[in-house]
Design a protein around this ligand. Structure first.
Ligand SMILES: NC(=O)c1ccc[n+]([C@@H]2O[C@H](COP(=O)([O-])OP(=O)(O)OC[C@H]3O[C@@H](n4cnc5c(N)ncnc54)[C@H](OP(=O)(O)O)[C@@H]3O)[C@@H](O)[C@H]2O)c1
Length: 347
């Protein structure tokens, strides 16, 4: 079976990464590739690493150009993807890398994005409890944000096992600048970023906060509140998230390092792409560069009674395009790791 796939936003970082993975996927044929201001250009001018597709011409991002494929990837600014998605046939598998369909609470959407809520689609993070069932046979998939991917993978086992308190969760993430997309912005130019780190969205304002709270609240089965601070790091890709939460101690049940480690080890024992590293080994963004893997390590800080989990992903792979392709594979009943058997790049 060959599946025809269209990729919009193909001139951007997320769309380019989707194409990189699909070019090595055994079951798909790449059909239309589309862009906005760069429509009409040769892909090789904009994505020179995609050698096999270099002579393909970017088309306009229209419903006509995208419809007629089995699968459509949307790698567009939020808002633009909801508008296109609403016009695509119901039977087409539409996979949106943008934020439009991730949140379940319309009020949270309106508060953080300032527009009307476009609805909620199955969430493309298969490693969360029960999520593979939600993705099998789906025709619409919302790919998680890159920070939420790392934060949810870091803390979900603790909440789904009732080991953590939901009211004191602190998450700090460092991201490479590709997380902000390819459009030119002064704070992202080399002179500003090289040799420097800086925070942004401090004080609860980052749009990924409600998405992280949504996923952790589901895992706990009760509301979880999160203090989330992203920082910009001088690297092109990668996220290192440090997530901490208070460990829940109950009469007759003392939770320590061994119980915590066992919960995380069990949660990810059979996962092809999510790994609790051996004790003593800590994650690095370099080790997952270009791969769909997430690696993490945890410690129990007895002094503060908190668990600290550090998780590294590649924001463009597991944090976007890899998660999108993995979810496509599950939705269509393909091998889950098809097109994703990539090791990292070193040094
Ligand atoms: N970068 C990441 O790490 C990451 C991670 C998770 C999710 N995402 C999400 O993925 C989506 C794309 O992000 P990105 O980082 O790839 O951004 P990007 O590099 O800026 O690319 C944006 C793409 O969208 C196209 N585009 C811009 N405005 C458009 C419009 N009004 N209608 C149709 N197409 C339009 C651009 O085309 P032209 O170049 O031709 O103008 C380009 O192909 C966003 O929703 C983002 O939040 C990104």
């Amino acid at each position: 079976m060959t599946i025809s796939v269209a990729v919009s936003g193909a001139s951007g970082y997320a769309g380019g990464e989707v194409l990189r993975l699909l070019a090595g996927h055994p079951d798909v044929t790449i059909g239309a590739i589309t862009a906005h201001s760069n429509a009409g250009s040769r892909l090789g001018e904009l994505q020179p690493h995609l050698h096999g597709l270099a002579d393909r011409i970017l088309e306009d991002t229209t419903v006509d150009n995208l419809a007629g494929h089995d699968v459509v990837f949307l790698a567009l600014p939020h808002g633009a993807s909801a508008e296109i998605a609403a016009q695509l046939p119901a039977g087409t598998l539409v996979i949106d890398a943008g934020a439009d369909h991730r949140l379940e609470d319309p009020e949270a959407w309106e508060k953080f994005y300032g527009s009307a809520h476009a609805g909620t689609w199955p969430y493309g993070l298969p490693e969360l409890p029960g999520q593979r069932d939600a993705l099998r046979g789906a025709t619409r998939i919302a790919v998680p944000g890159c920070y939420p991917t790392s934060a949810l993978l870091a803390l979900a086992p603790g909440f789904s096992n009732g080991l953590l308190e939901g009211d004191d969760v602190v998450i700090v993430s460092a991201s490479g600048t590709s997380g902000a997309g390819k459009a030119a912005k002064v704070n992202l130019i080399g002179a500003e970023v090289m040799g420097s780190m800086s925070p942004y969205g401090v004080g609860g304002g980052h749009r990924h906060t409600p998405e992280i709270e949504q996923g952790l609240s589901k895992a706990l089965g009760a509301p979880v509140t999160v203090s989330f601070t992203p920082t910009l790091a001088p690297m092109s890709r990668g996220i290192l998230t440090t997530a901490t939460a208070k460990v829940r101690q109950q009469p007759g049940r003392s939770v320590g390092a061994a119980e915590l480690r066992a919960a995380w080890a069990e949660a990810y024992a059979d996962e092809p792409f999510v790994h609790l590293l051996p004790e003593g080994q800590w994650p690095s963004t370099k080790s997952v560069q270009g791969s769909n893997h997430a690696v993490m390590q945890l410690a129990f800080d007895e002094h503060t009674g908190r668990v600290i989990v550090c998780c590294a992903i590649d924001n463009l792979t597991k944090g976007t395009a890899g998660g999108a392709v993995q979810s496509m594979n599950i939705a269509l009943g393909l091998a889950e790791s098809a097109g994703l058997n990539l090791q990292g790049v070193a040094p």
